[in-house]
Design a protein around this ligand. Sequence first.
Ligand code: SF4
Length: 110
Amino acid sequence: MKVGLIRCLQTEDMCPGTVDLKIIREKKGAFANVSEEIELIGFNTCGGCPGKKAVARAAEMVKRGADTIVLCSCITRGTPIGFPCPHAEAMKEAMAKKLGAEIKILDYTH
Ligand code: SF4
């Protein structure tokens, strides 16, 4: 599995993504059932509200080899402050439309 992560720009000040990286390394959370090797292709932000840049950034990671795009938990679950992104669903839908059915989109990390 070749993974590209998209995270919330607003959350950068309070989270360096340590748990996301650990979860991938230890195959836990959203990666618990992955038996193959997981390679991290890239780690980028949504570009800031309302998250429109996430689509192009995800597409760039696909161009560079990602077969799976992951919206980190800061976006969909609001970690670490319990404040999910109000644009998460629109972001995910736009991404799915742009990337096509061959690219898997996961909507959380942990
Ligand atoms: S669009 Fe959502 S994920 Fe992006 S910075 Fe704003 S709140 Fe965070």
